[in-house]
Design a protein around this ligand. Structure first.
Ligand code: CP
Ligand code: NVA
Length: 305
């Protein structure tokens, strides 16, 4: 039986992503219309890393669609050690109708998707965070009225969030400038793929080291932590490397006057972003966080109906 997964933004076409975004808009504006669409369906949520937004938005989201979730932490299933990923997949597919997985190694999420005959959703890996990107572009669409041609500056670590943002920029037609310190840019294979596929939607991707140059004329400024989950031991060395990459009043002065500030959260205030920016009228980080619920619901509907 053919089934669909959401492991990477890149695996979905521009029209599939447009559809999921439009559905998220519809779900947000009329949630009651969708309240029984996943009646009685169960979503297993595997968390090998901490989470606030992903955990709560999937849990609330599936409930609001008539289904329910089961949370499985590493302490409970010890994925790959207590039991092989493929065996976990083959058990879960007989008991639940969907799997969301947050794990370290991206290949684990891919393996789960390959092995399970039910939809698998990537709830963040070291390599990507596709559900975040759907909520992010939904938020850009809400505040800017379009995505195509919107200029986004991503400042900081070329990490999982940056990778999904890059894939999304290509699919949705945004212009993205990424500024990172030397050695901390996005993965070359992501950049290469984006540059090869950008013409599909007229998207432009620029990768650089100068944060002011990236922010010049930006509609959206986006940042994320300097040391993500699993990189805690590198925190001190990264803090030094990223010193000039804080999104603060001086840096945002290069953006358009009506720029918005975005962050996937959690934020390390005083590191990648100053309080003056994250608490300013430009900041839409909590609207962005709320949109995780609407985006998640749309993804669940697209895969589990
Ligand atoms: N943005 C995000 O995924 O947040 P959590 O890590 O809290 O789920
Ligand atoms: N880049 C961050 C994102 C958290 C949602 C991390 O991986 O920890």
């Amino acid at each position: 039986m053919k089934k669909k997964d959401f492991v990477s933004v890149r695996n979905w076409s521009a029209s599939e992503l447009d559809e999921v975004l439009n559905l998220a808009v519809a779900v947000k504006s009329d949630p009651r219309k969708y309240s029984r669409k996943l009646d009685g369906k169960a979503l297993a949520m595997i968390f090998e890393k901490p989470s606030l937004r992903t955990r709560v938005s999937f849990d609330v989201g599936i409930h609001q669609l008539g289904g329910f979730s089961i949370c499985l932490t590493q302490a409970e299933i010890n994925l790959g050690k207590r039991e092989a990923v493929s065996d976990v997949a083959k058990n879960l597919e007989r008991m639940v109708q969907g799997i969301m997985i947050r794990t370290f190694n991206h290949e684990i999420a891919e393996e789960m998707a390959e092995e399970a005959c039910i939809p698998v959703i990537n709830g963040l890996t070291d390599f990507s965070h596709p559900c975040q990107a759907i909520a992010d572009y939904l938020t850009v669409f809400e505040v800017k009225g379009k995505i195509r041609g919107v200029k986004i500056a991503y400042i900081g670590d070329g990490n999982n969030v940056a990778h999904s943002l890059i894939y999304g920029a290509v699919r949705f037609g945004a212009h993205l400038s990424v500024a990172s310190p030397e050695g901390y840019g996005p993965h070359p294979k992501v950049v290469e793929w984006a540059q090869q596929n950008a013409s599909e939607t007229g998207s432009k991707l620029a990768v650089m080291q100068n944060p002011s140059e990236a922010v010049e004329g930006a509609d959206v400024i986006y940042t994320d932590v300097w040391a993500g989950m699993g990189l805690e031991s590198e925190a001190a060395i990264r803090k030094r490397a990223f010193q000039a990459y804080q999104v603060n009043d001086a840096l945002v002065s290069h953006a358009k006057p009506d720029f918005v500030f975005m962050h996937c959260l959690p934020a390390h205030r005083g590191e990648e972003v100053s309080d003056s920016v994250i608490d300013s009228r430009h900041s839409i980080v909590f609207q962005q966080a709320e949109n995780r619920v609407h985006a998640q619901k749309s993804i669940l509907l697209a895969l589990m109906q």
